[in-house]
Design a protein around this ligand. Structure first.
Ligand code: PEP
Length: 244
C-alpha cells in the first residue's frame, strides 16, 4: 500500500502525519506500507518512520549518479535520507515534465543500481482509452520501458497501473476495468520474464483510491496493492485504506 504525496507537506507537516498515522497502522502486518513525500521531506519521513514497518520512497530519481543535472536528485542522495523506494514514470512526470518510456527505463535502472525498490507506473490517457488503445499503450509502455530490465532487476520492481483519467479526478476505474488492465500487463510480464516472473510481480492499482473503494479493488485477485495520491495525505484516511 503506497502513498504518493505529490507536492504536499513540509518536514513539519510530515512529522505531524506520522504521529497520527503510526498508532493507526502499528498492527498492520498484512502488507508493506510505503509513503512517498517530496524530496525535501524524505529525511523527516524516514526519521519519523524509524522503528516501524513503514518504508519511505521518493517520487522520482535521476538516471545519473551525479553531475550537471540542475534540479535532479540522484539515487545516492535519496538513499542517504533513509528512503528505500522510489516511484518512477508517474503520469504527472510523463505529462508535465517530458518523461518518456526511455527515461523511465533509465531511471528505473538507476534506482536498482543504487539499491532502491522502484514502483514503475504505466497507464493510458482518457483519449487512448476512448479510442480503444488501452492495451496498445500498456504494451508499448511495458516493451519500451520495463522489458529493458534483466530478470534479476525485474524481480526487484513493483508495477503501478494508473489510468491517467482516474488520477486526481475522483473517477476510479471499476475493479473489473483495473483487473483487466492488470491482466494485460501480467501477460506482457509472462511473455518476457516467464511464469515465475508473472506470478511474483506485484501490480498496484492507482487512481482515486479511497477508503470506500479499497476493499472492492483489493478483492480482485489481479490487484496486489494500491498507489494512493490524495487520500494518502490524511493519516486517518490512508490508515483506513491500509487496514481495508
Ligand atoms: C497518484 O498520485 O498516484 C494517484 C493515484 O492520485 P489520486 O489517488 O489522487 O488519484
Amino acid at each position: 500500500m503506497a502513498g504518493n504525496w505529490k507536492m504536499y507537506k513540509t518536514p513539519a507537516e510530515t512529522v505531524a502525519f506520522f504521529e497520527k498515522f503510526r498508532p493507526l497502522t502499528g498492527q498492520s502486518d498484512h502488507c508493506e506500507i510505503v509513503i512517498c513525500p517530496p524530496f525535501t521531506s524524505l529525511a523527516a519521513a524516514a526519521d519519523a518512520a524509524k522503528g516501524s514497518a513503514i518504508r519511505v520512497g521518493a517520487q522520482n530519481i535521476a538516471w545519473a549518479k551525479e553531475g550537471a543535472f540542475t534540479g535532479e536528485i540522484s539515487g545516492p542522495m535519496i538513499t542517504a535520507t533513509g528512503a528505500t523506494h522510489v516511484i518512477v514514470g508517474h503520469s504527472e512526470r510523463r505529462q508535465y515534465f517530458g518523461e518518456t518510456d526511455e527515461t523511465v527505463l533509465k531511471r528505473t535502472q538507476a534506482a536498482l543500481e543504487f539499491g532502491l525498490s522502484p514502483i514503475v507506473c504505466v497507464g493510458e490517457r482518457l483519449e487512448e482509452r476512448e479510442n480503444g488503445n488501452t492495451e496498445a499503450v500498456l504494451v508499448r509502455q511495458f516493451r519500451k520501458g520495463i522489458a529493458g530490465l534483466t530478470e534479476t532487476q525485474f524481480a526487484r520492481i513493483a508495477i503501478a497501473y494508473e489510468p491517467v483519467w482516474a488520477i486526481g479526478t475522483g473517477k476510479t476505474a471499476t475493479p473489473e476495468i483495473a483487473a483487466d488492465a492488470h491482466r494485460t500487463i501480467r501477460a506482457q510480464v509472462r511473455e518476457k520474464f516467464g511464469k515465475d516472473g508473472a506470478d511474483a510481480i506485484r501490480i498496484l492499482y492507482g487512481g482515486s483510491v479511497k477508503p470506500e473503494n479499497t476493499r472492492a479493488l483489493m478483492a480482485q485477485p489481479e490487484i496486489d496493492g494500491v498507489l494512493v495520491g490524495g487520500a494518502s495525505l490524511d493519516p486517518v484516511s490512508f490508515a483506513s485504506i491500509v487496514n481495508f
